[in-house]
Design a protein. Structure first.
Length: 580
């Protein structure tokens, strides 16, 4: 299959008036592409791909790769394929395939009709393997897996040739056919490329191309009992699809000579592999194997647990696709690995939700307030702003009555001078409502806990403004007792307490020992204003003075929402850590 034709890419207007400014705005991959386009390489085509393995859910690190590959295609009027690297049926699942597609669409990208699977090319890859044998560039090795490992050498010592390395072409073709026909047991034979067992690059020491796996494939059924290895499949699949720029993370840099060797040995279309630094986020693990470990041990509530760094977990937590794309844009594309502070991701969702999230009032730890001079049985509707950052968001009506709930922390029996909330004889503003003054309080006779506040209100301060010009320094939120409703709220925090969860003091320690015991607290007695009763699944809000919350997309039901905390209004984690 030759590289498909594509019209020459058009470089979009960067908005920069000076060429130097424009150059500074380009990352190193964009610079490579622009140089390629300037020289006419690939006839100006830009064709990328995102090639996930369907053996787990995508995480925030994959989001960076998705944004990069699809973003480059969009910037240069090109194309981006979605290709599943489904070469290992022992670890793959249709559930993962479906979740990956959902994640990419949710992030705002579309592969159009270009959905591919490595398994689409199994016949062609087998032909390529036969061609390498016929060229004397591949052989069937009958050593055990242990023997192959032992003869591979080390970083300081060369490997040694297999005793089966010099088999004839005819014998290798016959043995490879028998491998394909299922005549050998798993692990008894492999097909290896014949390159150089003394190469300083371990990947070039006669790498395995095919291994026997007598496992049915979800797409090809029982047709194959041999499956190609990733290093063999990766570059040749890129070639078959006409990929121009094969964007990989840095761990594949040492694999690039092998990528090139296969393409050159088979004399096929040659894409260019370019490596960039993967996303490493502190207080997080990014290994799918370790994330699977958390799921399998029941330490989290599945792959989409809102504490997980998976895209589905972030979606359920309440993150927006815009905030994740903004985050990936902010951290940029680099050539060298580094650790990104999780605060950057949290700030990205704060910045976006501040602009778009409706404001609502919710009392997380309620204490009752009785306004003694407000008429019993009376209710009035007050006007509240939906979002001061969005002039088009409008207003809503909230009910006000004699009995209210406020936050327990907004009252102190013996407040210090700089406590600007309620205390005996102190006056505060109820947001959107009136000034109130605490006249008395009632305690539980058994526990001594304050259970009710007795207050008066000034009817001349409707809307929170005084007619006589007096000012109060404290403004607190509230909900009407008769019109509010109890809803469960899950306060999520970071999953790990250590910046590097994989850094262990003792060899016998497990990374799960660094789990944050306070990563989830559930509040059952939260009172919310009436407009939140009808929150749609996945709808996001700012709970005033608390943070941003989302109606859980799995557990919320009509008229019975369950809210997840997305993020606090400000970064409090660093302050907490400093206190520890």
């Amino acid at each position: 299959m030759s590289a498909p034709e594509n019209k020459k890419s058009k470089h979009p207007d960067s908005g920069e008036s000076a060429e130097g400014s424009k150059e500074k705005s380009l990352n190193f991959i964009q610079k490579i592409i622009e140089d390629d386009n300037a020289t006419g390489k690939h006839d100006g085509r830009v064709h990328t791909r995102f090639p996930p393995e369907p053996n787990g859910y995508l995480h925030i690190g994959h989001a960076k790769s998705i944004c990069l590959n699809f973003g480059l295609a969009a910037k240069y009027d090109g194309k981006c394929n979605l290709r599943f690297d489904d070469t290992n049926p022992t670890k793959e699942d249709v559930e993962y395939v479906e979740s990956i597609q959902e994640d990419i669409r949710w992030l705002g990208f579309d592969w159009e009709e270009r959905l591919f699977h490595a398994s689409d090319y199994f016949d062609k890859l087998h032909e390529y393997a036969v061609t390498l044998i016929e060229k004397g560039l591949a052989y069937v090795d009958s050593q055990t897996p242990e023997q192959i490992r032992e003869t591979r050498g080390s970083l300081t010592e060369p490997g040694t040739n297999s005793p089966f390395r010099d088999r004839s072409i005819e014998e290798n073709l016959d043995l490879f056919t028998k491998m394909k026909d299922g005549e050998f047991e798993e692990g008894s034979q492999v097909l290896r490329a014949k390159i150089d067992m003394t190469s300083p690059n371990m990947n070039m020491r006669d790498p395995i191309i095919y291994r026997i796996r007598k496992v049915p494939h979800d797409r090809t059924g029982d047709k194959w009992c041999i499956y190609p290895m990733y290093d063999f499949t990766h570059g040749l699949s890129d070639s078959l699809e006409g990929i121009t720029h094969s964007i990989c993370t840095l761990e594949f840099e040492n694999h690039r000579p092998l990528y090139d060797w296969f393409l050159e040995a088979l004399d096929v279309f040659h894409p260019q592999q370019i490596e960039f630094a993967r996303l490493n986020l502190n207080y997080t693990v990014m290994s799918k194997r370790k994330l699977l470990d958390l799921v399998d041990k029941g330490l989290v509530d599945g792959w989409d647990d809102p504490r997980m760094p998976t895209i589905s977990g972030l979606r359920r937590r309440g993150y927006t696709p815009e905030s994740i794309r903004d985050f990936c844009e902010e951290i940029g594309v680099a050539k060298y690995n580094s650790k990104v502070d999780a605060t950057k991701l949290e700030n990205a969702v704060r910045d976006h939700l501040n602009k778009v999230a409706p404001r609502r009032m919710a009392v997380l730890d309620p204490i009752k307030v009785v306004i003694e001079n407000y008429p019993e049985g009376e209710t009035e509707l007050l006007e509240a702003v939906n979002n001061p950052e969005d002039p088009d968001a409008g207003t809503r009506e909230i009910p006000f009555s004699r009995e209210l709930y406020i936050e327990r922390e907004d009252f102190m029996e013996d407040p210090p001078k700089k406590f600007f909330r309620l205390g005996p004889g102190r006056e505060v503003r109820l947001r959107y409502a009136y000034y109130i003054t605490c006249q008395d309080f009632i305690k539980d006779p058994e526990t001594g806990e304050v259970v009710e506040l007795r207050c008066t209100y000034d009817p001349e301060t409707k809307g929170g403004k005084s007619s006589d010009g007096r000012k109060v320094r404290g403004t607190i939120h509230w909900v009407s007792a008769a019109h509010s409703k109890n809803v469960p709220v899950r306060n999520y925090d970071r999953l790990f307490i250590k910046e590097n969860p994989l850094k262990l003091k003792k060899t016998q320690e497990d990374f799960t020992e660094n789990l944050n015991p306070d990563s989830l607290t559930v509040l059952e007695n939260v009172r919310v204003e009436p407009s939140l009763f009808e929150a749609e699944s996945g709808e996001r809000f700012q709970f005033e003075r608390h943070g941003y919350y989302c109606s859980d997309i799995k557990d919320s039901k009509p008229d019975s929402p369950v809210f997840n905390r997305i993020v606090n209004l400000k970064d409090t984690w660093s302050k907490v850590q400093k206190k520890k």
